[in-house]
Design a protein around this ligand. Structure first.
Ligand code: MGP
Length: 325
């Protein structure tokens, strides 16, 4: 009997983005207008009076935003001309990355953040799938996913090895008013995971879900592609497959195996050209035993007509396997 695939099939969903044209001029105008709108009172209807507790809450958020304000730590661009060429295509998508991008003091991204942040609608979709008590975001970057998880999970543990990126993540989370749900930890995930596993006692905190969105080796992860990257035909089938060995800081299969020792409920954010045979092989199945087959669910993350990435759901996160949670 042939080996059965571990995949439950492709759950395809299309993100119909209601996003303005990416003409830099229009976007810059939009940003300016948004900032203006949010800072200036409107002449027409006065805003409804806030209750005392609402006013206190607003004031607390303002204070926290000020306290963790990282403005000045990374370049902030006000026109497309100021943006380095290699970041222009990402800058044009800034409101897709963070819908509150221009809410004062404004979301901040460093270079790695620009090319690796998960667009907000995709992050929200993944967060909905990962709804749980405690989630570990192993490579939080500038916080796109952690912010989304804070809306669906009781507690988010967000790790990053870069002090700047971690501070940017907190800065951005303050703008969304969700930073109090997130524990920001400056750490190398591999050491953190090993320590967590070795010190695991019944008293240690249970982590329900591990989210892995590791570095893919930079924006050149598609290199070797046989088609221009903006082609509508771009999909896993038309690209040279991305091997899990290109994942950083360790082989993507080792990263998965390590994470499985923390929780078997894993969401793994991977390039759209990832080699799915390698993903399938992450689940070891003993065909000699008559045990139930475990499936992996692969979700295509679309924005409009563009496939951005794949999220692979393991364990109790895969559709139809909630009993494994
Ligand atoms: P992309 O292909 O570099 O961008 O990344 P885009 O805008 O689709 O450009 P085009 O030229 O292909 O049209 C697509 C998505 O993959 C990004 O929005 C990120 O969410 C994600 N991504 C990209 N990189 C390089 C990384 C990475 O290194 N790590 C992670 N976790 N995600 C990444």
């Amino acid at each position: 009997m042939g080996k059965r695939s571990n995949f439950s099939g492709l759950a395809r969903f299309v993100q119909e983005a209601n996003i303005p044209s990416e003409s830099s001029h229009t976007l810059v105008e939009n940003v300016r207008n948004t900032i203006k709108r949010s800072m200036e009172p409107l002449d027409c209807e006065p805003p409804p009076k806030k209750t005392k507790s609402e006013a206190i809450k607003d004031n607390t958020i303002v204070k926290l935003v000020q306290k963790y304000d990282m403005s000045g730590s990374v370049p902030v661009f006000s026109t497309m001309n100021e943006v380095p060429d290699d970041l222009k295509k990402y800058y044009a998508q800034r409101e897709r990355f963070f819908s509150l991008y221009s809410t004062p003091p404004g979301c901040l991204l460093d270079e790695e953040g620009w090319y690796s942040v998960t667009p907000e609608r995709i992050a929200d979709q993944i967060a909905e799938r990962c709804r749980c008590d405690t989630i570990l975001d192993a490579f939080c970057g500038v916080g796109g996913n952690a912010i989304a998880f804070a809306k669906t999970c009781q507690r988010v543990i967000a790790l990053d090895i870069s002090p700047t990126r971690l501070a940017l993540a907190r800065h951005n989370a303050q703008i969304y008013g969700v930073a109090h749900h997130i524990e920001f930890i400056l750490a190398d995930y591999i050491s953190f995971a090993k320590t967590l596993i070795s010190s695991k006692t019944t008293a240690s905190r249970k982590i329900d879900v591990v989210f892995l969105s590791p570095p893919w080796g930079g924006p050149s992860y598609l290199s070797g592609s046989s088609l221009p990257s903006d082609s509508d035909l771009s999909s896993t089938g038309d690209l040279v497959p991305f091997g899990l060995s290109d994942i950083q800081p360790i082989h993507g299969a080792d990263l998965f195996n390590l994470s499985q020792r923390i929780s078997t409920n894993i969401a793994y954010y991977l390039p759209r050209n990832v080699n799915l045979n390698e993903v399938s092989a992450l689940i070891k199945h003993d065909f000699a035993k008559d045990s139930a087959q475990e499936f992996i669910e692969v979700e295509e993350e679309w924005m409009g007509r563009k496939l951005k990435a794949l999220t692979c759901y393991f364990g109790g996160l895969a559709n139809g396997q909630s009993e494994l949670f």
